[in-house]
Write a protein of this length. Structure first.
Length: 368
């Protein structure tokens, strides 16, 4: 599938026998974005889906930074860092250890804009229908997880899966809540993030606990006591939190979840879709001008000294500062190679061809 510039409808149902045919087609037509099918068909060139004869489909996990609770892509570098951590956690905490996925079948790509794709091509999974794929997503999202029960039963034992994830996340959540109570003015961003997370959890999995920022602040005040912290971390005695116990458990669940999808905080559409289109690696993203880039799994790890840095590696146009752009959006943060841009509406920025392309395509600036 190809999306032209100018608002023309997508061009669908085109098949190619050779990669050179694809290159020739794109050389003759300028496209906004290029996609390919992750499904396998006996007759891919047929115009009607029913006539294509579906044979199976790869598994796709799409992590998109603009769905992170409390995060905005106005601070583009921070958003990319956080979603990269989520993508690595998805593989390292779930897909490999719990589902037995093998790196042999995995393709990792930067989407060219706000996230990452984990594309899994193991033929033994091709036959899975949407409902089976939904079960995988439900596990990753932690649907039905008994937070209190799991932590209480395994508090002093070696644990795996969600229990281990919750155990590791509890200490960090407690520290965040203590910081919120201690440094109220300096932790507003963390408070907003927790509030957005608990509200997103409620949207997909109705919960009974409080959800407001004020309630989170009250919980933070309640938890900020050495004896309570000790009993929580070492004994999982959640009753010490009184009426805020359920809120704490729901915050813990939302704060340790993985963000999937393309239409909401953890929307499952991409993974369960057995006829999905995904961006073509090496093509340019029409909303950023950045290259859809494949890289090694080890480079997804944020702690790897050779980690992948999309804001250094995925710009394809000139990097010499020879362009001037007027910013038309409030408070934007960008990184174009070695250039950091912090600007607001009305500012004039001197940047490169890559920088100007990025700012204009995102709707953050206009060239002057």
């Amino acid at each position: 599938m190809f999306i032209p510039f100018g608002g023309s409808p997508p061009i669908r149902h085109i098949g190619f026998h050779r990669i050179q045919d694809v290159r020739n087609y794109l050389s003759s037509k300028t496209m906004h974005s290029c996609f390919y099918s992750t499904a396998y068909w006996n007759k891919p060139n047929e115009n009607k889906m029913a006539d294509k004869e579906w044979r199976g489909a790869d598994l796709i996990f799409d992590l998109d930074g603009d769905h992170l609770p409390g995060i905005t892509d106005n601070d583009f570098p921070s958003m990319i860092d956080i979603i990269q951590e989520q993508a690595w956690s998805l593989w390292n905490d779930f897909l490999e250890p719990e589902f037995g996925f093998s790196e042999e079948y995995l393709q990792v790509t930067f989407s060219g804009h706000r996230g990452f794709h984990l594309h899994y091509r193991d033929p033994s999974f091709h036959h899975l229908d949407s409902e089976a794929r939904r079960e995988i997503v439900s596990h990753i999202r932690g649907e039905g997880v008994d937070v209190a029960g799991g932590l209480s039963r395994f508090s002093n034992q070696e644990s795996k899966g969600w229990t281990n994830r919750l155990k590791n996340g509890m200490s960090g959540l407690i520290d965040t809540l203590v910081a919120i109570d201690t440094n109220k003015d300096e932790t507003k961003t963390e408070l907003k993030r927790l509030e957005a997370g608990i509200k997103a959890l409620h949207e997909r999995e109705p919960i009974q606990s409080q959800r407001s920022a004020q309630s989170i602040q009250k919980l933070a005040q309640t938890i900020n006591h050495p004896n309570k912290i000790e009993r929580l971390k070492n004994e999982s005695r959640f009753e010490v939190l009184g009426k805020y116990q359920e809120l704490f458990l729901n915050l813990l669940k939302s704060d340790t979840s993985i963000v999937l999808g393309n239409a909401g905080e953890t929307d499952e559409v991409v993974t369960i879709d057995v006829r999905r289109q995904i961006r073509w690696p090496s093509s340019l993203h029409g909303k950023s001008g950045m290259r859809v880039t494949e890289f090694q799994l080890s480079q997804l790890d944020p702690d790897n000294s050779n980690r992948f840095h999309p804001l250094d590696e995925c710009y394809v146009f000139g990097m010499e500062k020879n362009q001037r752009v007027e910013i038309i959006k409030e408070d934007i943060h960008a990184k174009i190679g070695s250039q950091w841009i912090e600007a607001t509406q009305g500012d004039i920025v001197e940047t490169s061809e890559s920088g100007a392309t990025f700012l204009v395509l995102k709707g953050w600036g206009q060239q002057i």
